[in-house]
Ligand binder design. Structure first.
Ligand SMILES: *Cc1c(COP(=O)(O)O)cnc(C)c1O
Length: 378
């Protein structure tokens, strides 16, 4: 049996005609830039995220970049974030001329550890970027408490966590100053190319983000501030306006698969022996629906690299998110960090693996995945 890490063909097949019809309208109108599709998507995402405003942008990376631009982050500033995320989270900080400062992760959620946050703050700290990794929200209450006490804005990197809920049901990207979403095809809500969104409850910031998205131009050809071309294509918005109707169903599918994995791994004996550590949805409450949206299902295992080879030989898709933490990246050598500075991130990068969790995954496939892993540890 072949089990891919993600199956976009199976994902899109049932709704392909509907998406094609939505794209066709854009083409028939020849309105490719900032059409009504973008405005419709922005209204839907704002509501879905529980935020006042949403502004469509070119990608998740550009959402983070434009957020830093809106907050006037500049050379010499420090921005505190996790060492364990997709590169964009830290890359955008350096691109603004600011200095990325890292704080180690919590070993259970893999998100930034608020208990270690305070020590990393200085007079130069101008923003915090917690990441909601794998689809579970970072521990936002203590983060916001520390940030608010010092007047530091918080940018939520919600690229992997659209709609994910924190303790009392507050959604990812509605708690900080600005939230950032990605519609890269492998995210829970993916378009047919690149796309992203910034969301905020701050109306003045939202107006500034709108300006920045289009070269700071208002009225046309008069530039109050320097922005860029960060516009979301109408065609991508047309795809997403269809797909978002199905998002809750897909999330329920991912959660059901997560529960099946938990049952299968427990039955295999691997969990009780401590061989496999399952992801733990720490904010799950009775009746909660979006406590973890499982963009990835990441397990912690011994002898990880050999397991990767075994999975590959058995045609099971897997991926390491992420094999090299930021403080060990060549391009960040100038920051002066060294191996050992963030032990939890380093443990995670060498002991975790993502296995298939997409909504179309069958029970048979999941049983094969768990059986294959069990066979490896025999
Ligand atoms: C995907 C991702 C991004 C970047 O999004 P793109 O749309 O690919 O530019 C940023 N941060 C995290 C945590 C991501 O997973």
């Amino acid at each position: 049996m072949k089990v891919p890490l993600l199956d976009l063909k199976a994902h899109h097949e049932p709704i392909k005609a509907e998406i094609m019809a939505s794209i066709q309208k854009v083409i028939d109108r020849n309105g490719f830039i900032m059409g009504p599709e973008v405005a419709e998507l922005e209204a839907t995402i704002a509501k879905y995220s529980g935020a006042a405003r949403a502004i469509g942008v070119t990608s998740g990376t550009d959402a983070l970049l434009i957020a830093l631009m809106a907050l006037d982050i500049k050379a010499g500033d420090e921005v505190v974030t996790t060492p364990y995320s997709f590169f964009a989270t830290a890359g955008v900080i350096a691109r603004m001329g600011a200095r990325p400062v890292f704080v180690d992760i919590d070993p259970v959620t893999y998100n930034i550890d608020p208990a270690k946050l305070e020590k990393a703050l200085t007079a130069k700290t101008k923003a915090l970027i917690p990441v909601h990794l794998y689809g579970q929200v970072a521990d936002m209450d203590p983060i916001m408490k520390i940030a608010s006490a010092r007047g530091i804005p918080v940018i939520e990197d919600g690229a992997q966590a659209i709609g994910a809920e924190y303790r009392d049901g507050r959604r990812a990207c509605s708690m900080g100053t600005i939230g950032c979403l990605s519609f890269f095809p492998s995210k829970n809500l993916g378009c047919w190319g690149d796309g992203g969104m910034v969301v905020t409850n701050d109306t003045a910031l939202a107006d500034k983000l709108v300006l920045l998205r289009n070269h700071g131009s208002k009225p046309k050809y008069y530039h109050k501030i320097i922005g860029g071309n960060f516009r979301l294509d109408s065609i991508q918005a047309a795809v997403l306006n269809v797909k978002i109707k199905y998002l809750d169903g897909w999330t329920a599918g991912r959660q059901k698969n997560a529960q099946s994995y938990a049952d299968l791994f427990k039955a295999s004996g691997l969990v009780d022996k401590g061989t496999v550590v399952l992801p733990e949805p720490v904010y799950k409450k009775a009746g909660a629906r979006h406590y973890h949206i499982y963009n990835q299902f990441v397990i912690r295992v011994p002898n990880r690299d050999k397991l990767l080879e075994h999975l590959k030989a058995k045609e099971i898709g897997s991926e390491v998110y992420y094999p090299v933490s930021f403080h060990e990246q060549e391009c960040f050598g100038y920051l002066g960090y060294k191996k050992g500075d963030f032990p939890e991130a380093e443990k995670a990068e060498s002991s975790t693996v993502a296995i298939p969790i997409y909504p179309e995954l069958t029970g048979e496939m999941q049983a094969y995945v768990v059986e294959t892993i069990k066979e490896f540890y025999k």
